[in-house]
Structure formats: C-alpha cells, structure tokens
Design a protein around this ligand. Structure first.
Ligand SMILES: [Zn+2]
Ligand SMILES: [Zn+2]
Length: 245
C-alpha cells in the first residue's frame, strides 16, 4: 500500500496547499480519503481525476469535504468528454446525516458504509470507529493484508482509540493543539495525546496531521516524542508511506 499525504492542514489551507486529503494506492487501484479545501488541485500533481476509483469521507466538515463539489464537476466534464468509466463512488457513513445527499451527482454516486462492518474496496479493507467530535466522524483502520494504517480523522482523545490503533505500521493522528492545551471542547487532540496513543498502541511510525495555524509546528513533533519512542513526522504534501513486510 502506498499512502501519500495530499493535504495536512486543519480548518483552512495555507497558500499552495490543502486541508485533509490522502491518496492510497495499490495494484492500480486508487482511493482518496477525505477531500478537503484545495485537495483537488494538489491531487492532480499525483493522479488524474479519471484515475480515482473511490473516495471515502470521514465526516462532513468543510476541511474534509470542501472539494467534493469541484470533483463532481470534474467528473461531469469528463463524462461528457466520454473519458470517465461510470460514476465514481463516494463513501460516507450511512448514519442519517443529511449532508450525505451532497455525494450524489451526475457522475458520482453516494455510497453508505456501515461503520460497524468492514468495507472492502479493491485491495483494501476499511474498519471504522466513531470518534469524539461535534460532527459525527469516523476514524479508519485501513489494511491491504500486508500493512495497516490508522487515520484518526477529527477527534478528541478517548481511550478506545488506542485499542483501535493497536500494532499498526503507521498512525496518522490529528494534532490540532500543542501540549498542555485542551482540545476536548472542539473535539481535537494535542501532540502529546497523539504520542501517547502511538506509544501505548505500539505503532511503527507516527505522522501528525490536521495541523494548526499557530505556534511552531516543530514543537508538535518534539512534544509527541516525549511520550513516544518511535519516529514522528509532520504530515505534509507528498509525504509518502510505502512499506511492504
Ligand atoms: Zn471536523
Ligand atoms: Zn477537520
């Protein structure tokens, strides 16, 4: 599995970058996880619109779905040009969120995933866990039976996240706040909470993502390292994980 960061900002993108978006590829099958603001532009440096086989959405906050609309327009144009191979499925939790309706368009089709069941997409299997966030949101555990990655999406810290993350090769954890701050109100984590999950779950590597627009980002890494003994990096566009066991 090749996992590439496309966007790693929380809330809004800085210039020439994007909010939450990841490209996951194997054997010619390509899934995009979250499609935040600026993501469609940055994605096209790595893949064409027509090569995207499916999209999986964690939740319906703008910094995770802002570019769904532009993606649907791109698919519409390509359908009219005759270059698109059928509607592109966009998966989100089938839990009654009225925002789900935005996923259906001329050349895209909303598909509900049951958060309590595995979702099989090409060579990948997704498992989900509901997070602690003001908008209903799901963390994802993605495996190709060789390597396994957990993406926390947006969440405050809660103990069950550690079990969900157990022994993964890579944890991509949202670090919206610095050590000593309290992210529980808006439903986000700190650097040290990310490090604590990584350490207790025994993960192979930690990426910090959903990055804040204040403070010194390098501090997030050093803070996470005070509790986690493994490798820690800030997620950034182009940061790639490609490990075969
Ligand atoms: Zn959110
Ligand atoms: Zn967010």
């Amino acid at each position: 599995m090749k996992w590439t960061t496309i966007g790693a900002w929380g809330v809004y993108p800085k210039a020439e970058s994007a909010t939450s978006c990841y490209l996951v590829e194997k054997d010619g099958f390509s899934v995009v996880i979250d499609m935040g603001s600026g993501a469609l532009s940055r994605l096209q440096q790595y893949i064409t619109v027509n090569e995207i086989d499916a999209i999986v959405i964690s939740h319906f906050h703008h910094d995770h779905v802002a570019d769904i609309g532009p993606f649907q327009y791109a698919c519409l144009v390509n359908e009219q040009l005759g270059t698109l191979n059928g509607p592109v499925p966009i998966y989100a939790a089938a839990d009654g969120d009225t925002d789900f309706d935005m996923l259906d368009h001329v050349a895209t089709a909303g598909r509900g995933y049951d958060p309590n069941k595995p979702l099989h997409l090409g060579p990948f299997t997704f498992k989900f866990m509901k997070t602690k966030h003001p908008k209903t949101c799901y963390a994802m555990r993605v495996t190709d039976d060789e390597t396994t990655v957990v993406y926390t999406a947006d969440t405050a810290f809660f103990p069950e996240l550690t079990g969900f993350t157990k022994d993964v090769d890579l944890l991509i954890a949202e670090s919206s706040f610095y050590d000593g701050m309290d992210g529980s109100g808006p439903g986000h984590m700190t650097s040290t909470e990310c490090g604590r999950i990584a350490e207790d779950a025994g993960v192979g590597k930690l990426w910090l993502t959903h990055l804040p627009h204040f403070g010194h980002l390098a501090d997030l890494v050093s803070e996470a390292k005070t509790v986690y003994n493994g490798e820690v990096e800030l997620a950034r566009e182009g940061l790639c994980f490609n490990l075969r066991r």
